[in-house]
Write a protein that binds this ligand. Structure first.
Ligand code: SF4
Length: 383
């Protein structure tokens, strides 16, 4: 069955207790691992204490669901270097400001340190703010460091479309003082990479709710069709997550396979057509580096050539080259890459809760609200 099934998603109104009792009624005589690929899912699972409420044979594995955690060090380094330039206003989503890069002692190691050193670094919540700040500061270069998955890349595409292509007649478009340091990523290629690696580390997949709302749940059909692995899209309530867990467990038990949608109130077939159209019009899909993991084919976004004048890498090439040399850098001892790939739980990192805490983070997974290490630490998971 390769179509979206209403079998379990239609029951989404049932409460958490109902789904828990159904899951406990299942009898697996082997460990079963379900991976999620959304930091929001991991946060909801941990904060609701779902792991403690589920049977011992069921493991919930946090996967590649944190865009800040996989943002390559060279991109963050480049953002810091640009922030330190005279007159530049550097904008970034708030989570990114405290992510440290691995530089020599005495060098600026994060955007927040750049800010403390006098750089004009401003956290923003949406691309609309970036455009407004650029319009309000016409005499200053404004660089928007846009790191994120499809959910944050879609509004960026909408902003780019508004900035429009340059018109030779009017010199139009703009604002011309705004450029984008884009570090956008697609989620499904990371899961595809895991599945092709020969050691995926999970028996079933919970597909991300917000990404599916934008791109359409069909993006995850390959998990079922090509790998015979059950998958279900989930929302962010315990009820929706438990319904999705039950769906994939029933599939494992019965041998049936389909992509379930347990977030039907938000996730529609085809996703958000306007968002997808704008992304296709403004961005190309390119091979991209994931921090500590390496290059994953067709997993990143780049501005289309028609938008080159808004591309910070092209506009400021001198600050790109040193960053490119840093590709692959990770803080010593940090297991973020293994955590992101679900091959190690956060508290299996020897720095977790010792050298690495939210107050003194070593790696990005302890910085971001969507990072598994930070979520587990905030949820009281011991080292
Ligand atoms: Fe990296 Fe800290 Fe997580 Fe270890 S605990 S993987 S050092 S973020």
């Amino acid at each position: 069955n390769s179509s979206l099934s209403p079998a379990h998603g239609a029951e989404g109104g049932l409460n958490a207790r109902h789904w828990l009792s159904k899951i406990h009624a299942l009898a697996f005589d082997r460990p079963v691992k379900i991976m999620n690929v959304c930091g929001g899912h991991e946060r909801a699972i941990t904060h609701a204490g779902l792991r403690g409420a589920l049977p011992a044979w069921l493991e919930l594995v946090p996967g590649p669901g944190c865009p800040v955690c996989i943002c390559p060090e060279e991109d963050i380094y480049q953002a810091i270097q640009l922030a330190l330039q005279d007159k530049v206003i550097l904008l970034a989503y708030g989570d990114m400001l405290r992510v440290p890069v691995n530089v020599a002692k005495g060098e600026v190691r994060s955007l927040i340190e750049a800010q403390a050193a006098g750089a004009d670094v401003r956290p923003i919540a949406s691309p609309i703010e970036a455009r407004k700040i650029a319009l309000d500061n016409p005499g200053r270069p404004v660089v928007f460091f846009a790191a994120g998955f499809e959910t944050t890349t879609a509004p960026l595409a909408a902003m780019l479309a508004e900035m429009k292509l340059p018109s030779p007649a009017s010199g139009g478009g703009g604002p011309n003082n705004l450029s984008i340091l884009l570090s956008g990523r697609l989620t499904w290629p990371a899961v595809a990479m895991l599945l092709h690696s020969g050691r995926p580390g999970f028996d079933a997949l919970i597909a991300p709710g917000h990404v599916s709302a934008v791109m359409g749940p069909e993006e995850w059909q390959f998990v079922v069709d090509q790998h015979n692995i059950p998958a279900a899209v989930a929302g962010f309530t315990p009820e929706s997550l438990l319904a999705a867990f039950y769906s994939v467990l029933r599939q494992l038990e019965s041998g049936e396979r389909f992509l379930d949608n347990c977030y039907r109130e938000v996730v529609m077939p085809g996703g958000n057509p306007t968002g997808r159209r704008l992304m296709a019009a403004t961005l190309d899909v390119v091979d991209a580096n994931w921090r500590g993991i390496g290059v994953i084919p067709a997993s990143g976004y780049a501005l289309k050539p028609a938008f080159a004048r808004y591309d910070a890498r092209k506009r400021y090439p001198d600050h790109s080259a040193p960053g490119r040399r840093r590709a692959g850098e990770m803080p010593p001892g940090c297991d973020c890459a293994e955590v992101v790939l679900g091959r190690r739980y956060p508290n299996q990192c020897r720095l977790y809760g010792r050298a690495c805490t939210p107050r003194h983070p070593v790696g990005p997974c302890m910085v971001s609200d969507e990072g598994a290490c930070r979520i587990w630490w905030a949820g009281g998971v011991e080292a």
